[in-house]
Design a protein. Structure first.
Length: 355
């Protein structure tokens, strides 16, 4: 992998089980059905990226942040938690983990396509809404984890943020609090090498993001974020520690954002093509696919059929959501107050009269 500072080799402290050719060291930490689920979620994620970017270019959605390149970090960690008892707190590009945790694809598409009345998180899904204000979800995640501990609940909170988010004060406050309180919080920092256009090495003088963990009184683990097995193994151990009352863990997943920050961004303005091409050879979907093919877990025809079926299912979901009515202007005033304050009620009335 390379950064704006030039090529960097894999750090000695970075856990890797699956190399870029798809060769695995030792036995896989996942059962065969889990490996298949991980790959199916990766295929879903890539197909969702393709569809959403196309819809954005057609002006059918406003903004989209692709997961491309970060699938192993998102999915490997997401598979380590139990949706029935554990909470997930996403940041900005955890779509496949959110879907696996119980957020319906149709609801997710509705959120992008402006059908907000159909975009809510089901009441039985332990998932907080996506937070677009960078790292503002982290104190909420720490508080939620502390609440679980106070109540004697066996649940764990898995919270995500990026390398840019780790530079925010909210990140420090949340991890300091979780460490002091021994809260069952697993923080997954997806270090994709850029905070929009700011390279990772211009954000911190620390040896690594994982090295911050001991300063907060918790383990800090660095993993190859393109290796779904390494991410999963580290996440399972962190969840085990949290569930057994041993407190929080910080996991740094070192990966690379292959696509743009979001659909308003042009990464060619701030990174070199050679850097991108090097990262492309190490991307996580191809790495796992090579392992699956060489191990005989799936054949080429089965993989091709999976991709076709996934695209067809997403297209059907998109057409279903597109047929839903758009909310009227009154919607922006709903679901905020039980009783509208006089000033807000006046604004609502003026908006509806003007419409």
């Amino acid at each position: 992998m390379t950064t704006a500072q030039g090529p960097v080799s894999r750090a000695a402290d970075e856990v890797r089980l699956l190399d870029r050719e798809g060769h695995l060291q030792g036995s896989p930490p996942m059962r065969e059905e889990q490996i298949r689920e991980a790959f199916e979620l990766m295929v879903l994620s890539r197909s969702l990226d393709e569809l959403a970017v196309k819809l954005q270019r057609l002006k059918r959605i406003g903004l989209y942040a692709p997961v491309e390149g970060q699938e192993a970090a998102v999915i490997g960690s997401g598979l380590a938690v139990d949706p029935a008892q554990d909470w997930m707190v996403p940041a900005s590009r955890e779509q496949p983990a959110m879907i696996r945790h119980g957020y319906p694809v149709e609801n997710m598409l509705a959120s992008y396509m402006g059908r907000l009345e159909h975009a809510g998180i089901p009441s039985d899904v332990k998932l907080l809404p996506r937070q677009q204000s960078i790292a503002a979800q982290m104190p909420q995640a720490a508080g939620l984890a502390w609440a679980l501990k106070l109540r004697g609940d066996p649940g764990v909170v898995m919270a995500y943020c990026g390398d840019g988010g780790s530079s925010e004060g909210d990140f420090h406050e949340a991890l300091n609090f979780a460490g002091v309180m021994g809260a069952p919080l697993v923080t997954v920092v997806i270090n994709n090498q850029y905070a929009i256009s700011t390279p990772y090495r211009r954000q911190t003088a620390a040896e690594s993001l994982a090295a911050r963990g001991p300063g907060y009184g918790m383990p800090g683990i660095a993993v190859d974020g393109n290796d779904v097995f390494a991410v999963y193994a580290a996440s399972v151990e962190a969840v085990r520690r949290a569930r057994s009352g041993l407190g929080p863990t910080l996991i740094e997943c070192r990966t690379y954002r292959l696509s743009f920050h979001n659909t308003s961004d042009n990464p060619n303005d701030y990174r070199e093509d050679a850097e991108y091409q090097d990262a492309l050879r190490d991307e996580p979907v191809g790495r796992l696919e090579r392992h699956i093919l060489s191990s005989g877990l799936m054949g080429r025809d089965e993989i091709d059929d999976l991709r076709r079926r996934t695209r067809a299912e997403l297209d059907a979901a998109q057409r279903s959501v597109a047929a839903l009515p758009r909310p009227g202007p009154a919607y922006i005033f709903d679901h905020v107050y039980a009783t509208l304050p006089p000033r807000v009620r006046q604004q609502r009335d003026e908006t509806l009269e003007g419409g």
